[in-house]
Structures are given as structure tokens and as C-alpha cells.
Ligand binder design. Structure first.
Ligand SMILES: NC(=O)C1=CN([C@@H]2O[C@H](COP(=O)(O)OP(=O)(O)OC[C@H]3O[C@@H](n4cnc5c(N)ncnc54)[C@H](OP(=O)(O)O)[C@@H]3O)[C@@H](O)[C@H]2O)C=CC1
Ligand SMILES: O=C1O[C@H](COP(=O)(O)O)[C@@H](O)[C@H](O)[C@H]1O
Length: 490
């Protein structure tokens, strides 16, 4: 690891007044300072359209840290961080405005002795990514000799494969591939980094990790929150582009990938991308049978999606998706991967459940209680691994019952395991793109998702179709019911 003195830089955040910056990025910067990982020569310039002074902005972020940092706000640490945060009012679609931004950033570089190294973090809606990069380049903002200039692109990377290709060409032309960080914050989560270790550092799981022993895989990421203030963005995105195209397919690829021949980041990504490329393409008819979409409606005091700010009254945007995916290769043929994600669900939770088959040649075939082995990888809010297996109940009746082994990571290290954005921002400063998506992963995911979105165009939804605070549309239950399975809650 490089010494932190080498990480000096100015981080320019486009979308500095947005939700992501407030809830995740500024708290992550504060947390890095708590951990002693923030370089001494460091500054943040937050860009937005609102009329704010540096002082106004810092006060708002102070509140954000209080609400969202994993550490209790410590005034002494805040005092070290706050003077390194600046606010710049600027319309980032206005190319002229960048002529004024260039000297402003140079002034900040000099004041904080950053050496001119920069991170341009695009925490904005995807339609602006390309335009901002072009404007930066045109004004020569990123052309500083003997420095590093890196760009972080939020997800979704484009709207579909075609726009993503166009965007990628633009960005890589300006910044080059090695300075382009396509962020998928799920890759920075502790348990996603742990999936490969669990699978490949234990003799226990890998030999059984295939269609001979596994019946089905369930990947769920549900949230209790609705879209809140993000209606403008979400209307153009929906759950398919917002969650499935990125986070959920990344999770699936880590679960289904073959063992890489070494731990080189590119070898790992080679294996992951093979999985996405092996996903069975769905015909229009198969989309109807295998993909369920939903939109939350009002429930008691809870608003429906169509009542949210900046959402059309007749919106057809999905806030829920459940689907059955199949990985067409020798390891996984015949094993369904059920994926679901939704807003306004009964609880916040991300987990992967591997359900094993029941032993065919059973000795205890009369036992009603015999349940299939189940392995749960808990990603959040609890982190850990849970295994359910059958054992004899103590006593003379020879009864068999499911028992559990539960490795609770939070119970051991506390709930303060580093937030994904902390880890990932630190990696950008270090120039390590291992936990960022490579272009071929992004493009393969779009190819899969585009097919589904295309099919939806010919099949208008009946929305809203689930109530706020419930587990989504009934059809999502039927998806598994028809195959004699059910969504597991362990
Ligand atoms: N929010 C989240 O939890 C997550 C978000 N993301 C991604 O992060 C990105 C941003 O999302 P989010 O923060 O929620 O979005 P928001 O809608 O909350 O923020 C958008 C930001 O863009 C700024 N903006 C828009 N137009 C202009 C303009 N012409 N000139 C200057 N600033 C402008 C807004 O400034 P102003 O308000 O001052 O007008 C605001 O700061 C998206 O790509 C999203 O997918 C990824 C993971 C999680
Ligand atoms: O990328 C996104 O992720 C969040 C969920 O992230 P998590 O870390 O809290 O699971 C989601 O709310 C948002 O819509 C999406 O853009």
C-alpha cells in the first residue's frame, strides 16, 4: 500500500448538493479522516446549482455526517475536515462556466498543496456524465502535467447498451481506461469482498457449488425507503436500471463465477464477465413468464410512488423487479437464480440464499422435518454467513430438526465495518480499480437488461400493484410457486 502522503488530491464532486453526496460521500470522507486514511493535502469542491456559501454548505454537511456517518460526530475531527470542503455554484451543462472553474480549482490545489492531482466524481444523473467529461476536457481542466486525473462515474452507466457504448468511448478518450472508475458501490461492501473468500478458501463449499447439489439461488436486495426526493432521476431509471443492471448482476456474477486462476483483478473480472455473458437471453414470451415488475401504491399514511415528488401521476416506472435468470454453462444448467429488488418493502436487507438439494438416496425419508441445507450470505444490514442443516434432536424419540451455524461478522467486529464508499474512495486515491466495474462487465449487463426492457415496451403494466410496506406483487410469489419453491426468509 502506498503511504498516504502520495494520495494528495482535490476531489471535485459534480452533484455536490445531491442525495448521494449528502448521505454517502461526505460522511465517507469524514470517516476516512477518523480512520487516519485521508491524506493531509486534500480538498473537496462540491458543485451544485444552489445559492450557498462555503459556510452554508459545510453546515448542511455537518448535519449529514451526524445523521449518516457510522461514527459519532467528533468536533475535533470535523474541524480538521470542514476547512477542506468548498462549495462552488455552477451549471455544469454550461461549457462557458468551466473557464471560471479551471482557475478556481487551481487556487484550491495550491492552497491545499495537492500537487494538482484530481478526482472528478460524477454524482449526477446518468444523462449528464458525457457532457461533464466533454466540458472538463474542452476547458483543459484535466490537462495538468505530472499529475494524475481520475474520473469516477456513478451508475447506471448509460441508459442502455447503445448509450453506454457512446458514453464509454467519450470518457475513455478523455481520461483513458486506467483513469476511469465505474463505481458500483456494492463491490465495496464487506460481504461482497468476502464471497470469493468463502467460496474459494474453504474446501467445504466449492465442491458442492454446482447444479448437482444446488437446487436454486435467491438474491434479494430490498429497501424500506421509497424514492424520496429522487423522483426526477428514478422516473428515467426504474429498479431494472437502478439496481438489477449493476448491483444485482454483480452479486450474481460473484456467486456463479468459476474459480479464477489467480487473484489478479483482471483474471477475476474475466471470470465474472463470463457469467453475465452466459445468462440466458429471454424472448418476449419468456420475459412475461420469468420477470415480474411492480410499483408501490399508497398504504395507510405511506405515499404511493405516483404521489412522490417529480413523479408522473400515471407513471409506469417499476420500483420492484423479481426475475428468474439462468446461467447457461455446465456448472449451472438447470439451476434457477431468482433475483428480486424493491423499494418500500417490509425490511431493509440484502442477502444471497443458496438452497441445496435434498439428498436423493435418503436414509431418513420418513422425516417430514428434513429440510434442504441452506447457506445464507448476509450482506446487509447484518453481515455474516448462516448455515442450516439437519441434526438429531436430543432425546429418545429420534426426531430430526433443522439447526443453525451462524457466523455474525457484526457481532465480532461491531456494526462499524467500513462503508463501501469509504473503501472505494480510498481505492480511487490509491489508483486501485480492482473493486470497480470493467467496461465489458457493464456492457454485458446492459445486453441482458436491454432485452427485458425492450420486451416490456409491448406489455403495459397495471400499476400500482403492491402496497407500500409489503413484499411486492403476488406474481413474484407465483414465479417460485409454479416451480414448487418459495422465497426463503431465514
Ligand atoms: N442516492 C443514492 O443513494 C445513490 C445514488 N447513486 C447514483 O448517484 C447519482 C446521483 O444520485 P443522487 O445524488 O441521488 O441524485 P440527486 O438528484 O439527489 O442529485 C443530483 C445533483 O445534480 C445536481 N445538478 C443537476 N443538474 C445540474 C446542473 N445543470 N448543474 C449543476 N448541478 C446540477 C443537483 O444540484 P442542485 O440540487 O443544486 O440543483 C444535485 O446536486 C446517480 O447516478 C445515482 O444513480 C448511486 C448509488 C446510491
Ligand atoms: O445504487 C443504489 O443503491 C441504493 C441502495 O444501496 P444500499 O447500499 O443502501 O443497499 C438504492 O437506494 C438506490 O436507489 C440506488 O441508486
Amino acid at each position: 500500500m502506498k503511504p498516504i502522503e502520495d494520495l494528495s488530491c482535490t476531489m471535485v464532486v459534480f452533484g455536490g448538493t445531491g442525495d448521494l453526496t449528502h448521505r454517502k460521500l461526505i460522511p465517507a470522507i469524514y470517516n476516512l479522516e477518523v480512520e487516519g486514511l485521508l491524506p493531509k493535502n486534500f480538498a473537496v469542491v462540491a458543485i451544485g446549482r444552489r445559492d450557498l456559501t462555503d459556510e452554508d454548505y459545510r453546515n448542511k454537511k455537518y448535519e449529514g455526517i451526524k445523521d449518516f456517518s457510522r461514527f459519532k460526530l467528533d468536533e475535533a475531527i470535523w474541524n480538521k475536515v470542514k476547512d477542506r470542503i468548498y462549495y462552488k455554484k455552477l451549471d455544469f451543462t454550461n461549457a462557458e462556466a468551466y473557464n471560471e472553474l479551471a482557475p478556481y480549482l487551481k487556487g484550491i490545489d495550491t492552497k491545499h498543496n495537492t500537487g494538482g492531482n484530481r478526482i472528478y466524481y460524477l454524482a449526477v444523473a446518468p444523462e449528464f456524465f458525457g457532457n461533464i467529461v466533454e466540458n472538463l476536457d474542452r476547458a483543459g481542466i484535466n490537462h495538468i502535467k505530472n499529475t494524475w486525473q481520475r474520473v469516477v462515474i456513478e451508475k447506471p452507466f448509460g441508459r442502455n447498451l447503445e448509450s453506454a457504448e457512446e458514453l464509454n468511448t467519450k470518457i475513455v478518450n478523455v481520461f483513458k481506461e486506467e483513469n476511469t472508475y465505474r463505481i458500483d458501490h456494492y463491490l465495496g461492501k464487506e460481504m461482497l469482498q468476502n464471497i470469493m473468500v468463502i467460496r474459494f478458501a474453504n474446501m467445504l463449499f466449492e465442491p458442492l457449488w454446482n447444479n448437482r447439489y444446488i437446487d436454486n439461488v435467491q438474491i434479494t436486495s430490498c429497501e424500506t425507503v421509497g424514492v424520496g426526493s429522487r423522483g426526477g432521476y428514478y422516473e428515467k431509471s426504474g429498479a431494472m436500471r437502478d439496481m438489477i443492471q449493476s448491483h444485482m448482476l454483480q452479486l450474481l456474477s460473484l456467486i456463479a463465477m468459476d474459480k479464477p486462476s489467480n487473484l489478479d483483478p483482471n483474471t477475476i473480472r474475466d471470470e465474472k464477465v463470463k457469467v453475465i455473458n452466459a445468462l440466458k437471453e429471454l424472448s418476449e414470451e419468456e420475459v412475461k413468464e420469468n420477470v415480474v415488475r411492480g410499483q408501490y401504491g399508497a398504504n395507510n399514511n405511506e405515499k404511493g410512488y405516483r404521489e412522490e415528488e417529480r413523479v408522473a401521476k400515471d407513471s409506469e416506472t417499476e420500483t420492484y423487479v423479481a426475475l428468474k435468470a439462468e446461467v447457461e454453462n455446465a456448472r449451472w444448467a438447470g439451476v434457477p437464480f431468482y433475483i428480486r429488488t424493491g423499494k418500500k418493502m417490509p425490511k431493509k436487507s440484502t442477502e444471497v440464499i443458496i438452497q441445496f438439494k435434498l439428498e436423493e438416496d435418503r436414509l431418513y425419508f420418513n422425516e417430514d422435518e428434513l429440510l434442504p441445507n441452506t447457506l445464507v450470505i448476509r450482506v446487509q444490514p447484518m453481515e455474516g454467513v448462516f448455515l442450516q442443516f439437519n441434526a438429531k434432536e436430543p432425546g429418545t424419540r429420534k426426531k430430526i430438526a433443522p439447526v443453525h451455524m451462524d457466523f455474525c461478522q457484526n457481532c465480532q467486529v461491531g456494526i462499524n465495518s467500513p462503508e463501501a464508499y469509504e473503501r472505494l474512495l480510498y481505492d480511487v486515491m490509491r489508483g486501485d480499480a480492482t473493486l470497480f466495474a470493467r467496461w465489458d462487465e457493464v456492457s454485458a449487463s446492459w445486453k441482458y437488461v436491454d432485452g427485458i426492457i425492450e420486451a416490456w415496451k409491448n406489455d403495459r403494466p397495471q400499476f400500482p400493484n403492491y402496497k407500500s410496506g409489503t413484499w411486492g406483487p403476488k406474481e413474484a410469489l407465483d414465479l417460485l410457486d409454479e416451480e414448487d419453491r418459495k422465497w426463503l426468509e431465514v
